[in-house]
Design a protein around this ligand. Structure first.
Ligand code: BYC
Length: 482
């Protein structure tokens, strides 16, 4: 096994998986590389590909000092294949094979299931880059533009991570899947991305911050569950991806915090106490809090759909076979086989939403979704603390999990944000009080005027508290000359 603490930067593809000695996989990846660069140039960030960006590049896989910062033109970014160090003697942590040595090769009987998980995970990564590709031209600052591009190049690296596993362990069909990952397009009528939320548009920066807060957090939960996998290369891959993922959620959480901060500052300066004086607040050029709440309602509900059906045989099989665990499986104190335990699932029965205990194995999507809701709520607490200390009488809340759903138990009903079931007529009459209306979206878009002077910020968002890598406030994070 190659020494995974040493990263080889000499070849075309930086890696710590010994690509130099693995000629077949190296050749497959080098063959895939030009198609990836073509995809990046045509579907990646629009318009700023030749400008140096202050980016972080992974240079190690240890817990400290794993990245370095420097100016890079995005197409020259060193997309590498990095796995967290192997844990000696690791065993399969859950399911029917619990306690057996972790797999270093694909277990034949689970090949198709594993490939499907890799493809779905891989598909989300380029999808998000495609969704965000137009945002550079309306950036609120160079700092934010740099963060957007950082997120984008790392999603690109996460695609490489899945493509490596496909190419290395799945031969010809892995190569075909890798090619298809570059062929599908977010929102395309004929060749869409695989999961619903990854075909939605990200037309403005508020959507971007909400997406990185809510949808990247699904990434955190799903990668957390895959990091437990008994297929060791997947576990190690996901463990390293999670290191990068933390920054993406920071971008979302701090982005919304800065939006809230600017709004409450402007309200105070104008002597407005009532957050529902929407027109007066909008006239100040900031985003009113009820609109922020509607955006949170939208992005939360779209993201819940990514957890699949509450009751799922796929999820049960993935767990039983040792491929996909629960979030923080290693911290849970039970038998890790779940053959006789039950889990409460929210269901709709005869016009009411009720809790029903079902065999836990079949409820694993629901359990992961529950863990997600707790995690998302933690993030909201920080926004609400800011609102409280600023004296504005408003709190951002998560809507009920049945609200605005397309997948799972609640896909055929309408509810309000409290989970009260609505008739179609009541839904049509009230939905624009709960989800962004066309007018709300137009207002947000009207604020999206680019600001590209170092140290300057659009009027609807406060500057960050700290620079990237301790850089000063007027640092030119993206150099506007090629
Ligand atoms: N849209 O048994 P079920 C990230 C399909 S985000 C469309 O409940 P399962 C990131 C489902 O495929 C994390 N179709 O499914 C974030 C199945 O179809 P088939 C991404 C959907 O497998 C930001 C059928 O419905 N990673 O990393 O238990 C930026 C029956 O459903 C949807 C993963 O998701 C949907 N929303 O659960 C960048 C991890 N939901 O096979 C990146 C890998 C369900 O019967 N994926 N369907 O034709 C999985 O673990 C599971 O496949 C899912 C679905 C949780 C997605």
């Amino acid at each position: 096994m190659p020494d995974s603490t040493i990263i080889d930067y000499d070849g075309l593809i930086p890696n710590n998986v010994g690509l130099n000695e693995d000629l077949r996989v190296r050749k497959a990846l080098e063959t895939w590389h030009p198609g990836y660069i073509d995809w990046w140039k045509s579907m990646g960030p629009e318009g700023f590909q030749d400008f140096p960006v202050f980016l972080r590049t992974a240079i190690g896989v240890g817990s400290d000092g794993w990245a370095k910062y420097g100016f890079v033109k995005m197409p020259d970014y060193r997309w590498g294949i990095l796995l967290a160090p192997a844990v000696e003697g690791r065993t399969i942590p859950f399911g029917a094979h619990k306690g057996e040595p972790a797999w270093q090769e694909v277990p034949g009987e689970y090949r198709a299931m594993l490939r499907r998980l890799l493809v779905i995970q891989g598909d989300t990564e380029p999808a998000s880059v495609e969704q965000q590709r137009h945002l550079g031209s309306t950036t609120p600052s160079l700092y934010d533009m740099r963060n957007l591009f950082q997120v984008n190049v790392e999603e690109g690296r996460h695609l490489w991570a899945m493509v490596y596993l496909l190419q290395k362990y799945f031969g010809r069909d892995g190569r075909e899947e890798a090619d298809d990952l570059l062929r599908r397009r977010s929102g395309h009528q004929d060749t869409p991305r695989m999961l619903g939320a990854f075909n939605e548009r990200t037309p403005d920066w508020l959507s971007f911050f909400m997406f990185t807060f809510f949808t990247d957090r699904d990434g955190k939960m799903q990668l957390g569950a895959l990091a437990q996998s008994g297929f060791d290369p997947l576990s190690r891959t996901c463990r390293f991806m999670l290191t990068e993922e933390a920054h993406h959620m920071f971008v979302g959480e701090s982005g919304i915090t800065r939006v809230i901060q600017r709004t409450v500052e402007a309200m105070k300066a104008a002597g407005i106490d009532d957050p529902y004086e929407i027109e007066r607040i909008r006239a100040l050029g900031v985003i009113d809090l009820p609109t922020l709440q509607k955006k949170a309602n939208l992005h939360f509900s779209l993201t819940l759909d990514l957890f699949g059906n509450e009751i799922s045989t796929n999820a049960a099989n993935a767990f039983n076979s040792g491929l996909k665990g629960r979030y923080r499986e290693d911290k849970i104190d039970d038998d890790h086989q779940l053959t006789s335990s039950f889990y409460p699932v929210l269901r709709q029965r005869d016009g009411a939403i009720i809790n029903e205990d079902v065999p836990e194995l079949s409820a694993l999507n629901m359990r992961l979704r529950d863990d997600y809701v707790v995690d998302a709520n933690d993030g909201l607490t920080r926004w609400n603390r800011l609102l409280k200390t600023s004296g504005v009488n408003f709190q951002i809340t998560l809507p009920h999990v049945a609200f605005n759903r397309r997948i799972g138990e609640f896909n055929a009903i309408h509810t309000d944000t409290q989970g009260n079931i609505l008739t179609n007529e009541a839904w049509e009459a009230t939905k624009e009080t709960m989800l962004p209306s066309t007018a709300d979206n137009e207002f947000i878009i009207s604020l999206m005027q680019p600001v590209r002077e170092p140290g300057q910020y659009a009027g609807w968002i406060a500057p960050p508290r700290y620079g990237i890598d301790n850089m000063p406030g007027d640092f030119e994070y993206v150099r506007m000359t090629s």
